[in-house]
Design a protein around this ligand. Sequence first.
Ligand SMILES: *Cc1c(COP(=O)(O)O)cnc(C)c1O
Length: 421
Amino acid sequence: MIEEFYDFPQELLDLDAKALELCKEQFAHLEEIRDYNQLKMLRAFTDNKVSATHLVGSTGYGYDDMGREKLDQVFAQVVGAEDALCRSHFLSGTHALTVALFGLLRAGDTLLAATGAPYDTLESVIGKGESGRGFGTLQEYGIHYKEVPLTKDWQPDYEAIAAQAPGATVCHIQRSRGYTVRNAFDLDTIEKVIKTVKAANPDIVVMVDNCYGEFTQKREPIQVGADLMVGSLIKNAGGGIAPTGGYIAGRKDLVEKCAHRLTCPGIGRELGCTLDVLRQLYLGIYYAPGVTCEALKTAVYAQCILELMGKNPTPKYWEDHNDIVTCFEAGSAQALTGFCVGIQSGSPVDSYVSPEPYAMPGYDSEVVMAAGAFTLGSSIELSCDGPIRPPYACYLQGGLNFTASRAGVLLALKKAYFSQD
Ligand SMILES: *Cc1c(COP(=O)(O)O)cnc(C)c1O
């Protein structure tokens, strides 16, 4: 059927057919996870008695905004947490993580990063090296920082974690890969890290960066012992519908501390008007299990074709998935740019523009990215990017629906590997 709409070389169509056959079992597994999470979501809506009045927002100070409070409760139930802040007032994942770190840590405390260097944008929040200097980093507020690197094969270094945990106040764990070639950590691994730090320091607060991990499994990090988990609503958890926002979920006393940092000490969660965005946040989280499944199917399908083509992607299509990201080495600047050009051409918005490499602040080489999305910068929508330097690593993520994203992946492969120009 796809040939009726797009012109692909026969060799690529054969790969497509083979991949669809090989992915059947994994697709069925992903659909089972989706169904479980969707029913969990429905129960959270009905148990909490969400009504039409909750979908209407507030203005001004936002006192007594019932819809805002109800959304927090629904989200908390879905992720197995005591409490949550699920709000448009978080600008991004980085902002939600920053609110959590400043909410939990005080002068003299120590932050321990247990799974290697945290996501790049947190460098200036922590104040690693020169980054963020003068802007009020954690270190400038007298908070100490320790980092346990991953082992050579990208696993947590349990011995070093146990040795560093005593004396630390907060332990940071990152589930997804960020810009490394490691795979995302599964929940058993996260549980083992948590047990290791808590055995060495029972009072430590464990916070998981859950960006890209939501609804990829039946459980969430809180259910394996994390005290707090944090993420973005323009990734998995917003279902491609939330236009902005993020969340912090976990232990009630800790969520409360974060609320007073999100707004002001003494005001906490009582203020914050929701304007006209609540309906989209409710609809977005309601759709999130299904949309995350579509993105995972896109990832698995792309991984399968890339594997058949000998491109050695991470993760493998048959593996268990804990984030929606696919990483592979494009092999050349031309192939990487071509892949991004192809993804863009198969995007529902801005399909006619052609991405070009450009210099981005904070990167030491040029970067190329494709992002033809309904929500600017949304990476639950089909998108990809990579730095223009060997080995030309390409990060592919998202896809609101598998049928359209499959076409996008085929257009990308055609442009990168099956065309003369
Ligand atoms: C995307 C991401 C972040 C930051 O989220 P933004 O919304 O881009 O600020 C943090 N951690 C991980 C693992 C991520 O994937």
